[in-house]
Design a protein around this ligand. Structure first.
Ligand code: ADP
Ligand code: MG
Length: 238
C-alpha cells in the first residue's frame, strides 16, 4: 500500500520558508498533479517525498510509516526528472539495468525486467544505442523505463515533458496516463503546465508561494475555483 500523507510539511532554507505547512492525503494508486508557477515549491515538495531533500518540519507518512528519516534508497519510490539524467556512456539497456545491478538482482531478472519495460515503452529497438543517438521523446521513454524496472509503488515525475516539443508533449501525456493505468502505482507529477494537469490528473494540487491553494478534481477546480489565483491559473491560456 502506497498511500502517502503529508502532515504540516515544511521546508526552510535558513530564514526562508519555501514550503509552508502542507497537508495532503494521496490515495494508493492515485495520479495526483502538483501545479503552480515556477518557484512555488513543487520540486522541493517532490524531493522531500523522494528523500532527496531533508524535511524541516512536519511528518511524511508512506504506507502508514513515518519516513522522515528513511534514506532515499530505502523508499519504494522512483523519480523521473525533466532533464532525463541518463548516463551518457552507457547504452539504453545499461541505463535501464544499472539500478537493478546496484541492488544485486540476477542477470536473468534484470534482462526480463528491462525487456518487459522496453516492450511497453516501444524502445526495444533502441536498447543498444547510447543516449546521444536518441531523440528527446526516446530519451524520456528510457528515463521512464529506468524507473519502471524497479516496480516502485510510487513514481515521482518532475516536469518530465517540459523539454519536448508541443506535439510530442501531447503524445507523451497520453502515454504516461496509459502507463499509470497499466502499472497500478501511485503517480505524483509536477508541472507548471495547467493543460497537462487538467488532462492527466485524478486530482490537482494548486500551489502558490509554498502554500496549497486548493486540492480537487480537474472538473471541480474548473467549476468551483476557491479564489482568483486558482481561477486565473486554471483558466489561463497556455
Ligand atoms: P518549483 O519546482 O515550484 O519551481 P522549487 O521547489 O524548485 O519550485 O523552489 C521553491 C523555492 O525554493 C524557490 O524560491 C527556490 O528559489 C527556493 N530554493 C530551492 N532550492 C533552494 C536552495 N538549495 N537554497 C535556497 N533556496 C532554494
Ligand atoms: Mg521545479
Amino acid at each position: 500500500m502506497a498511500s502517502i500523507s503529508l502532515k504540516k510539511l515544511n521546508k526552510t532554507y535558513g530564514a526562508l520558508t519555501v514550503v509552508h505547512d502542507i497537508d495532503l492525503e494521496i490515495a494508493d494508486k492515485e495520479f495526483i498533479i502538483l501545479v503552480g508557477p515556477s518557484g512555488c515549491g513543487k520540486s522541493t515538495t517532490l524531493r522531500m517525498i523522494a528523500g532527496l531533500e531533508e524535511i524541516s518540519g512536519g511528518e511524511l507518512i508512506i504506507g502508514g510509516d513515518i519516513v522522515n528519516d528513511v534514506p532515499s534508497k530505502d523508499r519504494d519510490i522512483a523519480m523521473v526528472f525533466q532533464n532525463y539524467a541518463l548516463y551518457p556512456h552507457m547504452t539504453v539497456y545499461k541505463n535501464m539495468a544499472f539500478g537493478l545491478q546496484l541492488r544485486k538482482a540476477s542477470r536473468e531478472v534484470i534482462d526480463q525486467k528491462v525487456q518487459e519495460a522496453a516492450k511497453i515503452l516501444d524502445i526495444t529497438h533502441l536498447l543498444n544505442r547510447k543516449p546521444k543517438a536518441l531523440s528527446g521523446g526516446q530519451r524520456q521513454r528510457v528515463a521512464l523505463g529506468r524507473a519502471m524496472v524497479r516496480n516502485p509503488e510510487v513514481f515521482l515525475l518532475d516536469e518530465p515533458l517540459s523539454n519536448l516539443d508541443a506535439k510530442l508533449r501531447g503524445t507523451m501525456r497520453a502515454e504516461i496516463t496509459k502507463l499509470h493505468k497499466r502499472l497500478n502505482s501511485t503517480f505524483i507529477y509536477v508541472t507548471h503546465d495547467q493543460i497537462e494537469a487538467m488532462t492527466m490528473a485524478d486530482r490537482i494540487v494548486v500551489m502558490a508561494d509554498g502554500h496549497i491553494q486548493q486540492v480537487d478534481t480537474p472538473q471541480n477546480l474548473y467549476d468551483r475555483p476557491i479564489n482568483m489565483f486558482v481561477a486565473g491559473f486554471i483558466g489561463a491560456p497556455q
